[in-house]
Design a protein around this ligand. Structure first.
Ligand SMILES: C[S@@+](CC[C@H](N)C(=O)[O-])C[C@H]1O[C@@H](n2cnc3c(N)ncnc32)[C@H](O)[C@@H]1O
Length: 340
């Protein structure tokens, strides 16, 4: 009879193959078939994992650049269906481009914030050979890295990995490993709370020539939402886009000498049409362009849900402007919004 480990490895490998095909080729993430497929993969990974990596009692790690969510929460991100599909498609396409472009037909992938399952690089192992890709995975939480190592051994995919390191991606130096692709999904909506911006700022310096940072761009914008039925009405009758709070990409980073310059501070004029409204919520919206046309649209995943910042009742004509200020990675409560 085959051992429990062999059966677990087979369950993961089969469900990963099926999930990878669905993520890359369909059906769409909102279908039951897709959700069931990713759910099966999650269950298989969970069954083979260390207890503390998949239990809700593990703690987040707080740093001055943002919170590293707990291993449990990091693992559950797999079930943020649209997110996982769009990131995985972007990762496969970017890797394919880099493998094709390189002289020796191989690409180095640095995965910053792997979580306990390495969810966004596992599909690569179903589309590339170990000669084509080498992965360096990092996570700040040892519970996650220990678990990922356990899964890599179980699945016998060690040849794909040059290492799995328990490191802070805001400061880690990959030394002789020159990444062709950096992948990091260490973000919360509107780039608050988690440290993606600091990780991107730090990692971008190690990218090889023509190297790719994934996601390529995160756009946060401010909208005014008009609601009819009082402050607790969740239905928006009108949405007016006021403008971009930040377009975070390589260009943004190139224009910031040091990290302290990453501070979002914008002021928009209040459009006169809002003066007619009884209740107006100001909301931060997020869109994530992972790679090429793999885009996570506003409200399509946990990381692109809107954040309602504050409500104004009867926007008075004496108010002309709305301003928003915050540091990426800050706590929700530290986002400042003023109407004046
Ligand atoms: C939102 S989870 C995503 C997990 C996985 N990448 C995925 O997409 O399913 C973010 C992961 O990044 C890790 N992380 C956050 N900040 C980090 C840092 N400064 N250095 C390394 N890892 C970090 C967390 O511990 C967590 O495992």
């Amino acid at each position: 009879m085959r051992s429990l480990d062999a059966r677990r490895a087979e369950a993961i490998s089969e469900s990963l193959a099926a999930a990878t095909t669905m993520m890359l080729e369909g059906p769409a993430p909102e279908t039951q078939e897709y959700k069931a497929g990713i759910g099966t993969l999650y269950d298989a990974l969970k069954a083979a994992s260390n207890e503390d990596a998949v239990s809700d009692y593990s703690d987040p790690i707080r740093t001055d650049k943002g919170v590293a969510v707990s291993p449990f929460r990091a693992g559950v991100c797999l079930l943020d269906f649209e997110r996982t599909a769009v990131f995985s498609r972007g990762a496969v396409q970017a890797t394919r481009e880099q493998v094709a472009r390189s002289a020796n037909g191989s690409a180095n992938i640095l995965y910053a914030g792997s979580g306990p399952f390495g969810s966004l690089v596992l599909p690569l192992t179903k589309r590339f050979s170990p000669d084509e890709i080498k992965i360096l995975a990092l996570d700040i939480n040892p519970i996650s890295t220990e678990n990922l190592l356990r899964l890599i051994r179980l699945l016998d995919i060690e040849d794909y990995f040059v290492g799995v390191a328990t490191k802070n991606a805001c400061t880690f130096d990959p030394q002789s490993f020159v990444p062709d692709v950096v992948i990091s999904e260490t973000m919360c909506r509107a780039l608050i709370s988690e440290p993606y911006c600091s990780i991107a700022k730090h990692m971008v310096q190690f990218l090889g020539e023509d190297g790719l940072l994934l996601p390529e761009e995160v756009k946060v914008s401010l909208s005014a939402l008009v609601v009819n039925e009082g402050p607790n009405d969740r239905k928006t009758s009108k949405r007016i886009s006021l403008g971009d709070v930040v377009v975070f990409n390589r260009e943004y980073l190139a224009n910031r000498e040091n990290e302290d310059e990453m501070f979002f501070n914008v002021t928009f004029e209040i459009p006169p049409e809002l003066y007619e409204s009884d209740y107006v919520w100001f909301s931060l919206d997020t869109e994530v362009k992972v790679f090429g046309d793999n885009i996570l649209k506003h409200s399509s995943s946990d990381i692109t849900l809107p954040i309602r910042l504050g409500m104004v009742e009867k926007v008075d004509r004496k108010f002309k402007f709305v301003s928003v200020k915050y540091k990426p990675g800050c706590d929700w409560n530290d986002v400042e919004m003023h109407v004046f």
